[in-house]
Ligand binder design. Structure first.
Ligand SMILES: [Zn+2]
Length: 149
């Protein structure tokens, strides 16, 4: 069953068996864990670091940012946790398409990055170094477009 609202449980250690519909938060270890809100039973671990997730606690409810994107799970769920509520991001089909596109883009970036590096080496000999950076800026733009910025 899909989760609509998460119960919050602060604990020192995240239990090995976690209950669906509960967000377990360990401040000691700066991490949280919950079962995927779609009901598939997969455990989603969201560590708090400057580059992972940020937890906001207002004394009653918690919010996590950025969104939870379970691309590696079969359900490919994508949702936000806002004031302890599950806010779904996009509908199922669009979500699946976007996830696929995003993966494609990542693969492309990886591919072009390798390509750029080899080009950079040859271009360095010619003294031209600006092209790969330009290409990277283009990739950043397309990622930004994907996120709707
Ligand atoms: Zn799921």
């Amino acid at each position: 069953m899909a989760t609509k609202q998460l119960k919050i449980q602060f604990c020192e250690f995240i239990p090995t068996e976690i209950e669906e519909g509960t967000l377990y938060i360990s401040m000691e270890f700066a991490t949280a864990s919950h079962k995927c809100a779609c009901g598939c039973g997969q455990e989603v671990v969201t560590p708090f670091t400057p580059t992972d997730w940020k937890l906001t606690y207002d004394g009653e409810s918690v919010s996590l940012s950025p969104s939870i994107g379970n691309w590696s799970y079969q359900c490919r769920s994508h949702y936000f946790i806002k004031n302890s509520k599950i806010v779904w991001a996009g509908n199922m089909s669009q979500k699946a398409i976007d996830a696929g596109r995003f993966h494609d883009q990542l693969n492309k970036n990886r591919h072009y990055k390798q390509h750029d590096t080899s080009m950079e080496e040859t271009q360095n000999k010619d003294g031209r170094q600006d092209k790969p950076n330009e290409k990277r800026a283009g990739i950043f733009k397309s990622i930004a477009r994907f996120f709707g910025f």
